[in-house]
Every structure is written in C-alpha cells, then in structure tokens.
Design a protein around this ligand. Sequence first.
Ligand code: NDP
Ligand code: 8X3
Length: 259
Amino acid sequence: MENRVKGRIALVTGATSGIGRSCAVKLAALGADLVLAGRRETMLEEVAAHIRSAYGVRVLTLVLDVRDSFQVLDKLTHLPDEWKNIDILINNAGLALGTEKVFENQVEDIDAMVDTNVKGLLYVIKAVVPQMVARKAQGIVVNLGSVAGNTAYAGGAVYCGSKAAVRYISDGLRIDLVDTPIKVTNIEPGLVETEFSIVRYKGDKDKAKKVYTGIDPLTPDDIADTVAYICNMPQNVQIPEIVLTPTHQADAIYKHYEN
Ligand code: NDP
Ligand code: 8X3
C-alpha cells in the first residue's frame, strides 16, 4: 500500500497513553510529523522523546486539557507557522468514569465524560478543521467512538451516550464536509486493553485487569494499524465508520470469557 502519511502533520489528542500513544508511534513510523496533546506533561515528553529518537520525525508537544475551550482554541489556532497546517486529526482523548446506574452517577463523573468525550472533541474539531477547509487540504479526521456508542449497557449510560454523540457528530461533520476533500471516520472499538478501565475504576487495577482477562482483547496497536489503514486509503476512498471487536466480543454487551 502506498504511504500517504509521510511528511504530513498529524495531531493526536490523548497521546500520553493507550490508543493515542500507539497511533502517534504508528504515524511517526510512517513518517508523519506530530503534534501530541494531553494533560500529563511528563508522559507527553516521554512519548515525544521516544518518537524523535526512534523515527527522526518532528514532534511538537502541547499540554492541553480538551475540556477547556479557551485553551483548545487558543493553542491550536496559534501554532507556529511550520505546524499550523494539520492534515490528520486523531480526535482520541476520552474516558469513562464509574459504572453506577445513571441516576446515581457522580456529578463530577457526568461532567468529565460529557465535557471530554463530547464537548472536547467538538472544540478540537472547531480549532483544526477550518484551516483544512481554507487550504482545500486532503484532510483526515478520525474520531474515537466506541461499540458503546451503538448499544447501551448497564452502568454505562453516560459513557455510551457520549460515544453515541461522537457517532452522530462524525456523521454530521462528514455531511458538512461533503463538498471538500476532507474525510471523516468514526472508529468504534470494543475492548482494548489500555489505562481506560484503570481510569474508569478510579485506580483499582485488579478490577480493571478483570475486564480484559480471558477474552484476548484488542491492543492499542490494533487500533493504530487501523488508523494507518484509514489514512493510507486513496483520496477517492472514505471510510465513514469501522467497528473492531476482539474475536470473543460480539458487540458492547455480548462477550465470551475463558475461565
Ligand atoms: P487511556 O486512558 O489509555 O487514554 C486516554 C487518553 O485520553 C490519555 O492520553 C489521556 O491523557 C487523554 N485524556 C483524557 N482526558 C483528557 C482531557 N481532558 N484532555 C486531554 N486529554 C485527555 O484510554 P484509551 O487509549 O483506551 O482511550 C482512548 C480513546 O479510545 C477514548 O476516547 C476512549 O473512549 C476510546 N475507546 C477506548 C476503548 C477501550 O476499550 N480502551 C474502546 C473504544 C473506545 P491525559 O490523562 O494525559 O490527559
Ligand atoms: C470502551 C469499550 O465496552 O468498555 O469504549 O465500553 S467498553
């Protein structure tokens, strides 16, 4: 397959860990220059240092909380000239918090999920897509949805609702960009072993580990390979959505665990 990523500028949000980190490494391996964003500065610098030394591409780090609209718009619309033409946006920052019934969810958890997964994703789109449109770029927007956006499950109403929003925001964005060369994909993974469940269970690593034990989950590299595939498609091919699950997961609810 032709390499259509080399020399392009990619922004990855949530690049400090998991899927975002793997996407950053994969895109760098293909020769993209990277803008890496996340809140944890030390981890961001560690990822950037690894990528610079392993792949020799240019990397700019941005300590950024996507929930903060001012920060997102200010930092992403005032990039140095050599960075401002972002061609590929991997809109990945996101999280789940808690598994309570929806009427028992903590207010802070509701706010964090909606503010990050929905509003943060929209702020980043608002900051990045206009320059793609203005320069008639062959841009690519990849949003991280989830199988949770297609089927609600017990204890996941807010998270599932936020990922359903990502699905419809992706569809709406694709419609709004239909007269441009910009392509929009919603990736909808099932279980991927990352820090996701440690965050959801608020640091309880034993509980988090059980989510992935006995089911041979997807890895962040599986998602990064898919992102590379999407970005390498010829210009006439758009992939509106891709659902990926581990072999023993049928959808957001039906899963088979080996004992
Ligand atoms: P991780 O917890 O490993 O990574 C989440 C990333 O999001 C981190 O880099 C974190 O960085 C960043 N992030 C969280 N909140 C913010 C914020 N307010 N501002 C900026 N960055 C933020 O989880 P995953 O890699 O699994 O998750 C990545 C995406 O994939 C999420 O959108 C998630 O919903 C989605 N997804 C995950 C699946 C899974 O099973 N793991 C399946 C389907 C979708 P930092 O803390 O440094 O800010
Ligand atoms: C993450 C996948 O099934 O844990 O989006 O909600 S799941």
